[in-house]
Write a new protein. Structure first.
Length: 126
Protein backbone atom coordinates (compact mmCIF):
# COMPACT_ATOMS: atom_id res chain seq x y z
CA UNK A 1 0.00 0.00 0.00
CA UNK A 2 1.21 3.46 -0.82
CA UNK A 3 -0.67 5.11 2.02
CA UNK A 4 -1.72 7.88 -0.37
CA UNK A 5 -5.29 9.03 -0.89
CA UNK A 6 -6.50 10.17 -4.30
CA UNK A 7 -9.76 11.97 -4.96
CA UNK A 8 -11.20 11.15 -8.38
CA UNK A 9 -13.93 13.51 -9.63
CA UNK A 10 -15.78 12.81 -12.87
CA UNK A 11 -19.43 12.84 -13.85
CA UNK A 12 -18.93 9.93 -16.28
CA UNK A 13 -19.46 6.76 -14.24
CA UNK A 14 -17.34 4.53 -16.52
CA UNK A 15 -14.33 6.89 -16.20
CA UNK A 16 -14.81 7.05 -12.42
CA UNK A 17 -14.98 3.26 -12.26
CA UNK A 18 -11.95 2.51 -14.48
CA UNK A 19 -9.72 5.14 -12.86
CA UNK A 20 -10.72 4.10 -9.33
CA UNK A 21 -10.09 0.42 -10.04
CA UNK A 22 -6.66 1.09 -11.55
CA UNK A 23 -5.63 3.27 -8.60
CA UNK A 24 -6.94 0.82 -5.98
CA UNK A 25 -5.11 -2.03 -7.71
CA UNK A 26 -1.93 0.06 -7.46
CA UNK A 27 -2.42 0.40 -3.69
CA UNK A 28 -3.98 3.84 -3.41
CA UNK A 29 -6.94 4.72 -1.23
CA UNK A 30 -9.54 6.24 -3.56
CA UNK A 31 -12.34 8.68 -2.78
CA UNK A 32 -14.79 9.49 -5.59
CA UNK A 33 -17.09 12.37 -6.47
CA UNK A 34 -19.59 12.74 -9.32
CA UNK A 35 -19.64 16.53 -9.54
CA UNK A 36 -17.56 19.53 -8.58
CA UNK A 37 -19.48 20.41 -5.41
CA UNK A 38 -19.23 16.83 -4.12
CA UNK A 39 -15.51 16.86 -4.94
CA UNK A 40 -14.98 20.12 -3.05
CA UNK A 41 -16.66 18.71 0.04
CA UNK A 42 -14.73 15.44 -0.21
CA UNK A 43 -11.40 17.27 -0.57
CA UNK A 44 -12.16 19.48 2.43
CA UNK A 45 -13.04 16.42 4.51
CA UNK A 46 -10.46 13.90 3.26
CA UNK A 47 -7.43 16.12 2.45
CA UNK A 48 -6.26 13.81 -0.36
CA UNK A 49 -2.66 13.65 -1.54
CA UNK A 50 -3.80 14.19 -5.15
CA UNK A 51 -6.93 15.12 -7.07
CA UNK A 52 -7.78 13.77 -10.51
CA UNK A 53 -10.64 15.82 -11.90
CA UNK A 54 -12.57 16.12 -15.10
CA UNK A 55 -12.72 19.59 -16.60
CA UNK A 56 -16.44 19.56 -17.49
CA UNK A 57 -18.56 18.61 -14.47
CA UNK A 58 -21.89 19.73 -13.05
CA UNK A 59 -22.04 22.32 -10.26
CA UNK A 60 -18.32 23.26 -10.39
CA UNK A 61 -15.90 22.68 -13.25
CA UNK A 62 -12.56 21.07 -12.52
CA UNK A 63 -10.90 24.50 -12.76
CA UNK A 64 -13.40 26.05 -10.34
CA UNK A 65 -12.89 23.12 -7.96
CA UNK A 66 -9.11 23.47 -7.98
CA UNK A 67 -9.22 27.26 -7.59
CA UNK A 68 -11.61 26.96 -4.64
CA UNK A 69 -9.27 24.47 -2.95
CA UNK A 70 -6.30 26.83 -3.49
CA UNK A 71 -8.12 29.50 -1.49
CA UNK A 72 -8.17 27.38 1.68
CA UNK A 73 -4.95 26.85 3.66
CA UNK A 74 -5.90 23.25 4.52
CA UNK A 75 -6.25 22.25 0.86
CA UNK A 76 -4.06 24.80 -0.94
CA UNK A 77 -1.15 22.43 -1.56
CA UNK A 78 -3.05 19.50 -3.04
CA UNK A 79 -1.76 18.85 -6.58
CA UNK A 80 -4.20 18.04 -9.36
CA UNK A 81 -4.34 16.25 -12.69
CA UNK A 82 -6.98 17.55 -15.10
CA UNK A 83 -8.79 15.20 -17.47
CA UNK A 84 -10.04 16.92 -20.63
CA UNK A 85 -11.92 16.01 -23.77
CA UNK A 86 -9.72 14.97 -26.68
CA UNK A 87 -8.29 17.98 -28.45
CA UNK A 88 -9.23 20.39 -25.67
CA UNK A 89 -6.39 22.27 -24.05
CA UNK A 90 -6.19 24.77 -21.26
CA UNK A 91 -4.31 28.01 -21.52
CA UNK A 92 -1.80 28.98 -18.82
CA UNK A 93 -4.18 31.64 -17.49
CA UNK A 94 -6.83 28.91 -17.06
CA UNK A 95 -4.63 26.97 -14.66
CA UNK A 96 -3.08 29.89 -12.77
CA UNK A 97 -3.58 29.55 -9.03
CA UNK A 98 -5.21 26.16 -9.45
CA UNK A 99 -2.70 23.49 -8.42
CA UNK A 100 -3.15 21.71 -11.75
CA UNK A 101 0.23 20.22 -12.58
CA UNK A 102 -0.67 18.35 -15.75
CA UNK A 103 -3.45 17.43 -18.12
CA UNK A 104 -4.48 14.21 -19.76
CA UNK A 105 -6.83 14.02 -22.73
CA UNK A 106 -9.63 11.47 -22.93
CA UNK A 107 -9.48 8.78 -24.05
CA UNK A 108 -6.37 7.82 -22.13
CA UNK A 109 -4.65 4.64 -21.12
CA UNK A 110 -5.07 3.71 -17.44
CA UNK A 111 -1.37 2.81 -17.47
CA UNK A 112 -0.54 6.31 -18.73
CA UNK A 113 -2.66 7.85 -15.95
CA UNK A 114 -0.98 5.70 -13.30
CA UNK A 115 2.46 6.79 -14.53
CA UNK A 116 1.36 10.42 -14.35
CA UNK A 117 -0.04 9.91 -10.82
CA UNK A 118 3.23 8.42 -9.62
CA UNK A 119 5.21 11.23 -11.22
CA UNK A 120 3.05 13.97 -9.68
CA UNK A 121 3.14 12.36 -6.23
CA UNK A 122 6.92 11.97 -6.49
CA UNK A 123 7.35 15.64 -7.45
CA UNK A 124 4.93 16.78 -4.73
CA UNK A 125 6.87 14.80 -2.12
CA UNK A 126 10.23 16.26 -3.18
Amino acid sequence: MTGKTILVADDESHILSVVSLKLRNAGFRVVTARNGREALEAAQHEHPDLIITDYHMPELSGIELCRALKQEPATANIPAIMLTACGYSLEPHDTENSGILCMLSKPFSPRQLLAMVNEVLHVAAA
